[in-house]
Design a protein around this ligand. Structure first.
Ligand SMILES: [Fe+2]
Ligand SMILES: [Fe+2]
Length: 225
């Protein structure tokens, strides 16, 4: 009997063409860079990477908006969805900044990476919005893996589990006794949602059928996340 994969953690979009393989390769290179910078410092990793994660939705919304104006076509709700993704990612950042204080090096890294990533992602989206959405789909797969490892660190007592920041309790409507673990769980669910939406958008752009039958259990990762 085959068990269906966990809809949050067990989903991986199998690359189907050159653009998908580029998107996956690009994601793996950036993940390697993140591993090098942060290893298991998950709070710092979350703060720095959420400053990057909040960029694609706004780029996608802007360029989709401009394309709709140029071509005089409806957006079918894409612009709102992408702007909501950007806002949701910014709330992840506002939450984790209450948990961890970035170092001076990390603040400098954030500024440099923002310029490079904004310009690079803008060009990729202009060239191929399908590839751009596939990249975000793979980024979000990695985000789910990283937050799963963050949860394991909390559960095994290597990372403290303080009360959830107030901003997080209000945003996700968590109970007053919610903890960091509860926050990581809801953030991970958000990342899984972005993953599915972006893979779906990439498939729509490529004229492919819907995603569910193209997913497979996520490949096992090493100890670094
Ligand atoms: Fe996020
Ligand atoms: Fe995300």
């Amino acid at each position: 009997m085959t068990r269906s994969p966990n809809p949050v953690t067990g989903v991986h979009y199998k690359p189907r063409d050159l653009s998908d393989r580029f998107a996956l390769g690009f994601t793996k290179v950036l993940r390697g860079f993140a591993d090098l910078c942060f290893a298991k410092r998950y709070g710092h990793r979350a703060v720095v990477l959420e400053t990057v994660a909040a960029v694609p939705g706004m780029v996608g919304a802007t360029l989709t908006h401009l394309r709709c104006l140029r071509s005089m076509v409806p957006d079918h709700g894409w612009i709102r969805t992408l702007m909501e993704e950007a806002e949701n990612e910014r709330m992840h950042l506002m939450t984790f900044i209450e948990v961890t204080t970035p170092t001076l090096f990390e603040r400098m890294l954030i500024m440099v990476v923002q310029w490079l990533f904004y310009a690079g992602f803008f060009l990729i989206y202009l060239t191929s919005s399908k590839t751009a959405h596939r990249i975000v789909g793979y980024f979000e797969e990695e985000a789910v893996v990283s937050y799963t490892h963050y949860l394991a660190e909390i559960d095994e007592g290597r990372v403290p589990n303080p009360p959830a920041p107030r901003i997080a309790r209000e945003y996700w409507e968590l109970p007053v006794d919610a903890t960091l673990r509860d926050v990581v769980l809801v953030v991970r669910a958000d990342e899984a949602h972005h993953r599915d939406v972006n893979h779906e958008f990439a498939s729509i752009r490529a004229g492919l059928p819907s995603n569910p039958d193209q997913t497979a259990p996520y490949p096992a990762h090493g100890t670094t996340a």
